[in-house]
Write a protein that binds this ligand. Structure first.
Ligand SMILES: CC(C)(COP(=O)(O)OP(=O)(O)OC[C@H]1O[C@@H](n2cnc3c(N)ncnc32)[C@H](O)[C@@H]1OP(=O)(O)O)[C@@H](O)C(=O)NCCC(=O)NCCS
Length: 163
């Protein structure tokens, strides 16, 4: 059970201090670019699996690419997508497990949500939220009643998929 969450995009915390905090640690938060697609998608597939790799490929089909990445020492350490699974949806997102807890997930989330607000969305939706407290704490997200399995109902699985 992983409900979708609703986020007000008109009361988001400021982005620049969060980006500055990342820069101070040597972490760049920026939009992914096309020639990196194989690197980004393969990394997501290895770290987080096929479903998120597929969703990120769709983010790569948007112009501009609706995937924001975190880079440290020229290596990918995190990613976040919007407008991938559905218009107005945030996700998937993830940070390398050993590098969590430094504000990178928050910076990726806010970079995407601010972009969505600039694009004209009033609200964002966190699709099938895992760590609900993370989204509640940073952007005051609230669960959408009866939203699971929601848009994911009847999703096809690979023939060798094991739950
Ligand atoms: C969720 C995730 C992206 C967070 O990344 P992160 O870089 O560790 O997060 P941050 O360091 O930016 O955390 C920001 C704040 O949220 C809190 N937080 C982080 N993960 C949390 C969680 N799972 N539950 C509750 N709070 C959390 C942190 O304690 C921090 O609080 P603070 O600002 O008071 O210090 C990361 O844990 C992850 O990749 N998880 C696996 C993939 C996943 O579940 N993705 C989401 C799918 S919807």
């Amino acid at each position: 059970m992983a409900a979708d969450l609703l986020v007000k995009l008109y009361t988001l915390p400021a982005l620049e201090p969060v980006l500055a905090q990342q820069r101070a640690q040597g972490i760049e938060i920026r939009r992914a670019i096309a020639p990196e697609k194989h690197v980004v998608v393969n990394w997501i597939q290895r770290e987080f699996g096929d479903l998120w790799a597929s969703e990120t490929e769709v983010a790569y089909s948007n112009t501009p690419i609706s995937c924001i990445i975190a880079v440290e020492n020229e290596k990918l350490i995190g990613f976040a997508c919007y407008d991938a699974t559905c218009r107005g949806f945030f996700g998937p997102t993830g940070v390398t497990e050993s590098l969590r807890g430094r504000g990178t997930g928050k910076a990726l989330l806010l970079a995407c949500l601010h972009t969505m607000h600039t694009l004209g969305y009033g609200y964002g939706i966190i699709g099938a939220a895992g760590p609900v407290e993370f989204y509640q704490k940073i952007v005051g997200a609230i669960p959408i009643p009866d939203s699971w399995p929601g848009i994911y109902r009847g999703i096809l699985k690979a023939e060798d998929h094991v739950d």
